[in-house]
Write a protein that binds this ligand. Structure first.
Ligand code: FRU
Length: 488
């Protein structure tokens, strides 16, 4: 309640509608984000250990492949799922964005394909091959998502279909599949792994490759253990369940300026509070990007706003959102208002996901240094990190964790060493080794290196899992576990 002059509390005329389908959207304000520690203030509470070496060759998560965004098969209630062999042995499953490691690391997003691996201990992983070895895979490439093992044994994979065309059958298996999946790329993959798009096709901001993103659900299969191997039996059926609508969520056509938009990274779960099925995703605020402006509620309270310096015109080009959709009837999904937006703060709130603990909802996502809005030292405070918030309910009035929302940051001497964090129940947090090999240089140096050097500085494999303690409105990094470990 607001306080009238004289101190009498006046009731808030319109209490915010914080039901999941309600209109309230929390903001990661500029005022909050500037609370993140400056470099000199970063401590062991959030700073990840330096990555000095990482698995190579056959020791990588997938030999012969680059692997980056990864997620485990889960139950609908957000726990890690196991597929049982006939003798009762539990098997864990991981799904990976992957590409043949002959491809240059920078071209991987343009060729990403889903592969999986399985494990009986949640630590050492066996390659399972392509997740969708045949049938219709939507998009010219597939980006991040999530996967559920339902009570009846059925598997649902939610993923991002990026790029157009190639929405017919894909012939596989072999690395040829990946090259065929570059359906909308008018160009060629060179012998040294560089993708050379032809200009004049696709989305103009992105040099000839289509970047439209749709959220797809693939189901129709069961997971089984056959001869010590997890397999998916049945035929995958893929369909687009969510598209950006232009009002709540920006479309590719509305992304007319600034960095690329997002409508991706679906993370499916059932909310224990109401038993409904939801999907969280990476989005941007609807409307033409070039016409958005910083609003008071994006920035902070009146006192903070009064002290603000000049606002850079590029700030509102950063309008990231954590999106929400609900299943309204079996197979029917509806977009809801964003849970959180970050206009004039950050462009990309990637791979949003939840952990429920102590009656609270913890919301986590990853973001990059360069995706923070240009204001003061905001980009120096921001890192290739994990960010988090705590609320009382799904559409909570979220409070940033720690200082300003920073949960994990890379070491200051090696800022691009890891990315794409996934906090699992119990606080185990997976990540992939990104480009530790450039030390303290800016990420832009990578593309200037000769091809073999580009491969040498890149990890493309799961890093050592980190454990964070989550309590109240703070987190603490407590330990480092094995590469790709998902079970304590
Ligand atoms: C995070 C990310 C995801 C996306 C994928 C594309 O690392 O940007 O948001 O799904 O990578 O490769």
């Amino acid at each position: 309640a607001a306080c009238a002059p004289g101190g009498t509390p006046t009731p808030d005329p319109t209490p915010p509608d914080t039901r999941p389908e309600g209109t309230f959207t929390d903001r990661w304000t500029l005022q909050e984000a500037l609370q993140m520690p400056a470099d000199a203030e970063k401590t062991a509470q959030t700073t990840m250990p330096l990555i000095t070496s990482w698995p190579q060759g056959s020791q990588k998560t997938l030999p012969d492949q680059w692997v980056w965004d990864t997620w485990p098969l889960k139950t609908e209630d957000m726990q890690i799922a196991t597929v049982r062999a006939a003798d009762g042995t539990p098997y864990y499953v991981l799904i990976h964005l992957s590409v043949d490691d002959s491809v240059l690391p920078g071209a991987r997003h343009d060729l990403a394909t889903l592969r999986y691996s399985y494990s009986t201990d949640g630590r050492s992983w066996q390659p399972g091959g392509y997740l969708f070895p045949e049938g219709v895979v939507l998009g010219s490439r597939n980006w991040a998502g999530s996967a559920l093992l339902k009570a009846d044994g059925g598997v649902e994979v939610y993923y991002t279909a990026t790029g157009e065309r190639n929405e017919g059958p894909v012939q596989g298996p072999s690395s040829v599949l990946e090259h065929q999946q570059v359906g909308d790329v008018q160009g060629a993959l060179t012998a040294d792994g560089q993708l050379v798009p032809q200009s004049g096709s696709g989305f103009p901001n992105e040099g000839g490759i289509g970047f439209e993103q749709r959220i797809v659900l693939a189901d129709g299969v069961k997971a089984e253990v056959v001869n010590g191997r997890v397999v998916f039996s049945g035929t995958w059926k893929h369909r687009v369940i969510l598209r950006a609508d232009g009002t709540l969520y920006q479309t590719v056509a509305q992304s007319d300026a600034g960095p690329l938009y997002g409508f991706r990274d679906p993370w499916a779960f059932r909310d224990p509070a109401d038993g409904k099925r939801y999907v969280l995703f990476t989005g941007n605020m609807g409307g033409l990007k070039s016409q958005q402006t910083c609003q008071p509620e994006d920035l902070g309270d009146a006192a903070f706003r009064a002290g603000l310096g000049a606002l850079n015109a590029e700030m509102p080009l950063h309008n990231g959102a954590v999106g929400l959709a609900v299943e309204t009837a079996p197979g029917a999904w509806k977009l809801l208002n964003p849970l959180l937006t970050a206009r004039c703060v950050n462009q990309e709130l990637e791979r949003p996901h939840l952990v429920m603990k102590g009656g609270k909802v913890y919301l986590f996502f990853s973001s990059h240094i360069g995706k923070f809005a240009p204001y003061g030292d905001l980009r120096d405070r921001g890192e290739e990190g994990l960010y988090g918030f705590v609320g009382d309910s799904l559409r909570g009035d979220y409070t940033p964790l720690n200082r300003g929302g920073l949960v994990l940051n890379t070491p200051l001497t090696q800022r691009y060493q890891s990315y794409s964090y996934d906090v699992l129940p119990g606080g185990l947090t997976t990540l992939f080794v990104d480009v530790p090999g450039i030390g303290n240089q800016d990420i832009s140096v990578v593309s200037t290196l000769p091809p073999e050097q580009q491969r040498a500085v890149f990890g493309g494999t799961l890093g050592k899992t980190l454990k964070i303690d989550i309590s109240g409105s703070s987190t603490t990094l407590v330990s480092e576990l094995n590469y790709g470990q998902i079970i304590p």
